[in-house]
Ligand binder design. Sequence first.
Ligand SMILES: O=C(O)C(=O)C[C@H](O)[C@H](O)CO
Ligand SMILES: [Mg+2]
Length: 393
Amino acid sequence: MRIQEITPIVLSSKEKGSATWASLMILVKVTTSNGLVGYGEAVPTLRVKPVFSSIQQVSKGFIGKDISVERNYHEWYKQDFYLTRSFESATATSAIDIALWDILGKELGAPIHKLLGGKFRDYVPVYANGWYKGCVTPEDFAREAKAVVNKGYKGLKFDPFGPYFDWIDQRGLMEAEERVKAVREAVGDEVEIMIEHHGRFNANSSIEIAKRLEKYRPLFMEEPLHHEDLEGYRRYRANTSLKVALGERLISLKETLVYLREGIVDVLQPDLTNVGGVTIGKKVVSLAEAFDVEIAFHNAFGSIQNAVSIQLASVVPNLLLLENFYDWFPSWKRDVVFNETPVEGGRVKVPDKPGIGVGVNERLIEELKVDPIALDVVEEPVWVVNGTWRRFS
Ligand SMILES: O=C(O)C(=O)C[C@H](O)[C@H](O)CO
Ligand SMILES: [Mg+2]
């Protein structure tokens, strides 16, 4: 069985969902010489066109090869001098790797969790994200947070920082605190809240924020500083006591090691669609285990990413939580896979179907297919939940 065809597919619809960064989905369809088909997913954000063409380039390194995921990744690592420096190449390679694991599972009639040694858990605990579209005031956040808890979620994440970037002043601190306080009061003491910073701040501001928000007992502070600011993270570490989560922008095993060795991560958030698919994702998770770091997979894009993340999350001993946008996906994203991963009681039942564990709706894919397009850039950055880049006082 050889890899015969690799096709990038961009999906879009009028219904965009809660976040511009994920208003499109980029799929990769891999077909083998004996007619098996597997699907993977790549990261869209502001890079739809470059990722699409990167998949076309990376495909040249995979077509005609057997399905030997380690060897294929390594061969491409050898060819692509910039693989571990290029987000586009990393996400293209990850998407193809996911599709290859899907095919391996289909060949053997087994879900990925079986290929990896079997389930550690039958249900994966998840936390909600994407639930606060258009929320600006503390009352907005409190109302929507209650709705999340009423759906059975035991944890939720949100970014309370409005339009602040790099630094935050007293007004920004007050507004962020009011929002977090409102959510804590709305959800009660037993629901976990997680504070997303989206890598916005410098060391002085993020340290002040941590001191101010500590009393609301967040489970973790996510990307409190700019992603590459290792020196700032050291300072944050020395001056705060909250747990730090990061990892969604790490694109290789050895880049992850740098962050783990720095001792600045408590919760690692690998993203299977850019860290290197299942092949590198499972190594990253084991590396974190050796550092006694828990895993909360980043899972913010689409339904193929969601499916494969559930598979890996089901086998990982050091799993804390899996991120979940499922209930806040636009409906077309849910419909792209046959509906087998709903969240019930704050957890997802792990599917036992072959490969990534879900069927793909090929008819709908044909309907939603579009040419790769450049997204418009407006004042509100794509990486925030829509309609939240605002002050209220
Ligand atoms: O889900 C998260 O943790 C995010 O940070 C969501 C994003 O803004 C997204 O990953 C940007 O590409
Ligand atoms: Mg994040």
